[in-house]
Design a protein. Structure first.
Ligand SMILES: [Zn+2]
Length: 135
C-alpha cells in the first residue's frame, strides 16, 4: 500500500499574509508502481477490445487505446509520488482548510481555500536543502 509523507509548506494570500501548512504526498514503492502501471494498461487495452464492436468509431478508438495504453502505463510507472492534500489554516478566513490536489499539481500554485474559496497560494517552505528547481 502507498505511504504518506508530509512536508511543510506556506499558505499565502494575495495580501502576503501567510500561515504554515502541511502538504501530504502519496508515495509508491516500486512494486506498487508496477501494479498501478499494469492496471491502467489492462484498463486501456480492455477498452480497446470493447470499442472494437462500435461501428466506425473503432477505426479511431481501437488504435487510440492500444497506443495510449503503454504510454500512460509508462507515465504511471514513472510517478513515484504525487501530492494529495494541503492542510493548514487559511490566512484570509482563519479557518482550517484541507485542499485536495491533483497528481499533476506542483508547487508553487494558486488554489482556493476549501472553506470559503479564498484565493491562496501554496508555496514550498524553505527547508535546509535548497529544492528550488527553477525551470
Ligand atoms: Zn479561507
Amino acid at each position: 500500500m502507498s505511504t504518506m509523507i508530509h512536508r511543510t509548506i506556506r499558505i499565502e494570500n494575495a495580501d502576503k499574509q501567510s500561515n504554515i501548512g502541511q502538504l501530504c504526498i502519496t508515495t509508491y514503492s516500486p512494486q506498487e508502481r508496477t501494479s498501478r502501471a499494469i492496471k491502467i494498461l489492462a484498463l486501456l487495452w480492455g477498452l480497446a477490445i470493447v470499442t472494437l464492436f462500435i461501428p466506425l468509431a473503432h477505426f479511431v478508438l481501437v488504435p487510440g487505446f492500444l497506443i495510449a495504453g503503454p504510454i500512460i502505463a509508462y507515465k504511471r510507472y514513472q510517478m513515484a509520488e504525487h501530492p494529495s492534500t494541503a492542510d493548514g489554516e487559511c490566512p484570509t478566513c482563519k479557518q482550517p482548510s484541507s485542499i485536495h490536489l491533483e497528481p499533476s499539481d506542483t508547487l508553487p500554485m494558486w488554489t482556493y481555500c476549501s472553506t470559503n474559496n479564498d484565493p491562496v497560494q501554496l508555496i514550498d517552505y524553505p527547508q535546509g536543502e535548497a529544492d528550488t528547481t527553477s525551470a
